[in-house]
Ligand binder design. Structure first.
Ligand SMILES: Cc1cc2nc3c(=O)[nH]c(=O)nc-3n(C[C@H](O)[C@H](O)[C@H](O)COP(=O)(O)OP(=O)(O)OC[C@H]3O[C@@H](n4cnc5c(N)ncnc54)[C@H](O)[C@@H]3O)c2cc1C
Length: 420
């Protein structure tokens, strides 16, 4: 019997995971806009060191990611989780802000969901709550890339109250996971076409016709779309896909999922002036968060800025962002920028907002996102399916785990639809 044909748009973690799962049952063609697979997993080698432009940490003992890493024979190493904070002129051990636990309890007992700003205005308006307010807002923007004006308190509570687990890095880079999935897919006869940007999808029940930017077109029985949710929203991008007939309610649902901005800088200095500090450093600087890369890469340090302020800064060019990041680091360590420039051996600036294939970092839940996600997880006429980190409904949103799990869940739905 001839296999059904399936097109998968996007060869990131979600698309590849689904392709691997479905390649025995379907005749699969993956269409990837960029020159290589991986999407928001992008490991770059410099002087033997792996720089992660996108995903870097494995946030705990995540079932799908850890199983896959093990299967692929990819080693992980636990990261140093020391936390420091710049307070006045000093770098001190970071301790939870007074009242944090009570705030979490209040968030947990909130019956009707609201956004973080409204929650803080209602419960923490007094002057003596300033530190707590700031901490909550910087947590939301730093970790979740979320905007306090829209971020769901229910969703933040779920994430912030989860038990902390050890975090890991993939020793030779997250890219190993993508290479492993890609090889599995190719071995199972899936075709992966790169530099293949999908522009339009015309559909009827049981048939899709896809047009690429090159003008080529392809036909299949079903399609799985795994592009970042930002590209399903109304946006200007070469990678924006239009559907005929249009899927207005799906586009509306995509707009109800938050998508955060992020700027990441990676520096190599001739000498590690942060000396014995090994872990995460938090501050009030423009680039507020920094982390070291462990003892095996002690000259490297990474800076991070997420959320609405990162969105505002992202219109600046890379040279200006590099200056701002160096100034932040100089202020934290009381060193003049000129001295830092002399010590600087290598610099990378990753401005994800300028990447037309993601237009930002990763998703966060707004009030109303849950229902929007449910709709996007519903197949259209058993013919169009969606997946990707933003469609994941579990406890670790915005992660590789979220993308892999969503890919698996889409694969189940596609299999079920073909058995009908
Ligand atoms: C800076 C940064 C840091 C992160 N840090 C972490 C971390 O430490 N740990 C963690 O677990 N996660 C992290 N993440 C999140 C993680 O990278 C993502 O959740 C995950 O990689 C998303 O996978 P995906 O398959 O859903 O989407 P993507 O990886 O974005 O894959 C979608 C694919 O679709 C392609 N595409 C887009 N438009 C089209 C089109 N029109 N036609 C064809 N193809 C198209 C894209 O090129 C892309 O390859 C980070 C992300 C960023 C940006």
């Amino acid at each position: 019997m001839e296999k059904e044909t399936l097109i998968i748009v996007g060869a990131g973690a979600a698309g590849l995971m689904a392709a691997r799962e479905l390649s025995g049952r379907f005749d699969i063609t993956m269409l990837e806009a960029q020159a290589i697979a991986g999407g928001r997993i992008e490991s770059i080698k410099v002087d033997g060191h792996t720089i992660e432009a996108g995903a870097e940490f494995v946030h705990g003992d995540l079932p799908v990611t850890r199983k896959l890493l093990k299967e692929a024979g990819l080693a992980v190493s636990a990261i140093a989780e020391n936390m420091y904070r710049k307070v006045g002129d000093e770098l001190v051990d970071d301790t939870p802000t007074a009242g944090w636990e009570e705030m979490l309890e209040k968030m947990g007992s909130l019956k009707e969901d609201t956004n973080l700003r409204d929650f803080l205005d209602r419960h923490y308006a007094e002057d003596n709550s300033t530190a707590l307010r700031q901490q909550a807002i910087s947590f939301a923007s730093g970790f979740d890339l979320a905007d306090a004006e829209t971020a769901s308190v229910h969703a933040l509570y779920k994430e912030w109250s989860a038990e902390e687990e050890r975090q890991f890095r993939v020793v030779n880079g997250y890219r190993g996971l993508i290479d492993y999935l890609r090889e599995n897919c190719i071995a199972a006869a899936a075709v992966i076409r790169t530099n293949a940007t999908v522009k339009t999808i015309s559909w009827e029940k049981g048939k899709v016709t896809v047009t690429l930017a090159s003008g080529d077109s392809l036909v299949a029985d079903k399609i799985l779309v795994t592009v970042p949710v930002s590209l399903l929203q109304k946006t200007e991008s070469v990678a924006k896909i239009s559907f005929t007939p249009s899927l207005d309610d799906y586009e509306q649902a995509a707009a109800e999922i938050g998508f955060g901005a992020v700027l990441k800088v990676v520096f190599k200095f001739k000498a590690p002036f942060w000396e014995k500090l090994n872990g995460f450093i938090f501050s009030e600087e423009i680039f507020p968060t920094w982390w070291t890369q462990g003892l095996s890469a002690k000259e490297w340090i990474t800076g991070w800025k997420g959320g609405p302020e990162a969105a505002l800064l992202s219109s600046q060019d890379n040279e200006s962002l590099l200056d701002l990041a160096l100034a932040s680091l100089g202020n934290i360590f009381d060193l003049p920028v000129a001295a830092l420039r002399d010590l600087l051996e290598h610099a990378e600036v990753f401005n994800w907002q300028h990447n037309p294939y993601s237009r930002g970092g990763y998703s966060f839940s707004m009030v109303g996102t849950e229902a929007a996600r449910q709709l996007l997880n519903e197949p259209v006429a058993q013919t169009i399916f969606f997946a990707g980190e933003a469609l994941y409904e579990g406890p670790c949103p915005g992660t590789v785990e979220a993308a892999l799990t969503s890919g698996l869940s889409a694969a189940k739905k596609i299999t079920a639809a073909s058995l009908r």
